[in-house]
Design a binder for this molecule. Structure first.
Ligand code: 5GP
Ligand code: ZN
Length: 140
């Protein structure tokens, strides 16, 4: 896609601090890191979201994410834990519409928090979970 920043980075026509690359994907430092060492793993093909991404490439992104995670733990970048994060759709906080996997190093007191809706603490009945599982199973 012509105007897609991640396509441009992948083609080498926009700048990025590259950590890893192969024929399928490229991994580079996020320009606005949640914590120092925050990396994005990006497929070279332009896929807007998860449903546009071939499964095999999705699997490869995860594999490279694991490699980056291991690298972070091996490095002197502060990293007591890792979050993988993938935003699929604006409602899920996607802002760049070229699918990408965030690899975010975490440490105690890093200030990155999750917040939940008001019903989060009310655990659903097993029956409700079973019903949802059945609904979902039949749409796989
Ligand atoms: P999203 O919200 O779509 O999951 O994440 C988009 C991420 O891309 C953000 O963390 C943002 O900081 C990062 N980002 C946006 N534009 C650029 C850019 O031009 N270069 C780099 N390296 N990261 C970018
Ligand atoms: Zn793109």
């Amino acid at each position: 896609m012509e105007n897609c920043i991640f396509c441009k980075i992948s083609k080498g026509i926009a700048p990025a601090s590259i950590v890893y690359e192969d024929e399928i994907c490229i991994a580079f430092m996020d320009i606005q890191p949640v914590t120092p060492g925050h990396v994005l793993v990006v497929p070279r093909i332009h896929a807007e979201g998860l449903s546009d991404l071939p499964e095999k490439i999705g699997g490869h992104l995860f594999k490279v994410g694991q490699k980056i995670a291991a690298g972070l733990k091996n490095s002197d970048i502060r990293c007591e834990g890792i979050n993988f994060f993938l935003a699929d759709g604006a409602v899920a906080f996607q802002t760049v519409f070229h699918v990408h996997l965030h690899v975010i190093p975490r440490f105690s007191g890093d200030g990155f928090l999750l917040s939940f809706g008001p019903d989060y603490r009310n655990l659903p009945e097993r029956e409700a979970l079973d019903k949802l599982a059945m609904t979902l199973r039949s749409s796989l």
